[in-house]
Design a protein around this ligand. Structure first.
Ligand code: NAD
Length: 334
């Protein structure tokens, strides 16, 4: 029988994880939890997901027109694994709930490493999550960094990484955050936490980052500068990236994140998502022995296939990470 997955927090990440799990043949969604009966809750209901909610909101959900299947606790009691996609900092408060129910749980990058004790990226440390009860799928930025740093480290040894993250200010559906007309160094006190979070997955990497927020909703963009232990050429690096199942080399008139997002739509991806890192092939350069390149990261979707692999590792449905990645990608059309 299929592994039973519950989604706690059906927002930007949660709704995507639900659909990606549904596409797999070895796992299924037994319910999604939503706090309010908004349009996303109605779509979830229309798609056939059982909608659960907080104990004091069951009546409100049902009277709004979505027959609530029960409380979050009811949902958890039916699941093998809960994917917690509540806002950063909220997930932490749910740990006691999961422990009490004896259910496995996955948190997202908005929570601290210590909450789960295992920070996950399918390419870099799949095996570490095998059989684990608690796992944290790292943030969109950390996921994007692990996907390129890990294979380079395997092949050539990474001496140090310096990265500047240019971050989208808000997700496209978010009207509450800014800036809308400024560039914000954030944090001003350096380094930023973003790059060093890679060490929660690959501890020995020497990495520092700076980050700025830009008035855009279309992806994050990373400028990477990497020193490698062994000598190699830009073509060697491109050959490694070309072999990565979740790295896409872009060119062909794609000169900005706007065109990357258009490509996601043209490919017919659900919600126009771009699940893989997009590395500009022409940007991959060796200068005085150091590697430079640009990559665009779709904040709303790059962690989605990683959540599917994390479920597979924790439930020990597959012991080989590369096989899980291939299975997930095939089912999603990546
Ligand atoms: P979101 O605000 O889009 O969605 C969160 C959902 O959780 C909402 O539907 C909200 O109603 C619901 N919710 C709030 N409190 C709840 C509770 N107590 N119980 C159940 N549901 C509750 O947030 P998001 O962008 O999907 O982020 C979720 C997590 O994923 C965070 O840890 C975030 O840091 C991480 N993440 C976000 C992105 C991104 O760019 N959006 C990328 C990678 C990781």
């Amino acid at each position: 029988s299929k592994v039973k997955v519950a989604i706690n927090g059906y927002g930007t990440i949660g709704k995507r994880v639900a659909d990606a799990v549904t596409m797999q043949d070895d796992m299924e969604i037994i319910g999604v939890a939503k706090t309010r009966p908004n349009y996303e809750a109605f779509v979830a209901h229309d798609k056939g997901y059982d909608v659960y909610t907080l104990a004091d909101r069951v009546d409100a959900m049902t009277s709004a027109g979505i027959p609530a299947a029960g409380t979050v606790e009811d949902m958890i009691s039916k699941a093998d694994v809960v994917v917690d996609c509540t806002p950063g900092g909220v997930g932490e408060k749910n740990k006691a709930l999961y422990e009490k129910a004896g259910v496995k749980a996955i948190w997202q990058g908005g929570e601290d490493h210590d909450l789960a004790g295992c920070s996950f990226n399918a390419e870099a440390n799949y095996a570490e999550a095998l059989g684990k009860d608690f796992v944290r799928v790292v943030s969109c930025n950390t996921t994007g960094l692990c996907r390129v740093i890990y294979p380079l480290d395997q092949e050539y040894g990474v001496k140090k990484v310096r990265v500047t993250l240019m971050r989208r200010a808000a997700d496209p559906n978010d009207i509450k955050t800014g800036p809308i007309n400024a560039i914000v160094p954030n944090p001003i006190k350096l380094p930023s936490h973003h790059g060093p979070d890679v060490k929660s997955v690959i501890p020995h990497i020497n990495i520092t980052s700076t980050a700025v927020k830009l008035p855009t909703t279309l992806m994050h963009l990373h400028t990477l500068n990497i020193e490698l232990e062994k000598e190699c050429t830009a073509d060697d690096v491109k050959a490694i990236f070309a072999k990565q199942p979740r790295v896409r080399m872009v060119g062909q008139g794609i000169t900005s994140t706007a065109e990357v997002m258009e490509l996601g739509k043209d490919l017919g991806r659900p919600r126009g998502d771009m699940w893989e890192n997009c590395v500009w092939e022409d940007s991959v350069t060796m200068y005085e022995g150091e590697l430079y390149f640009f990559q665009a990261i779709h904040q709303e979707s790059d962690v989605i296939p990683e959540n599917v692999d994390a479920i597979r590792a924790m439930m020990e449905l597959e012991s080989d990470g590369a096989k899980s990645v291939a299975k997930t990608n095939k089912a999603m059309g990546l």
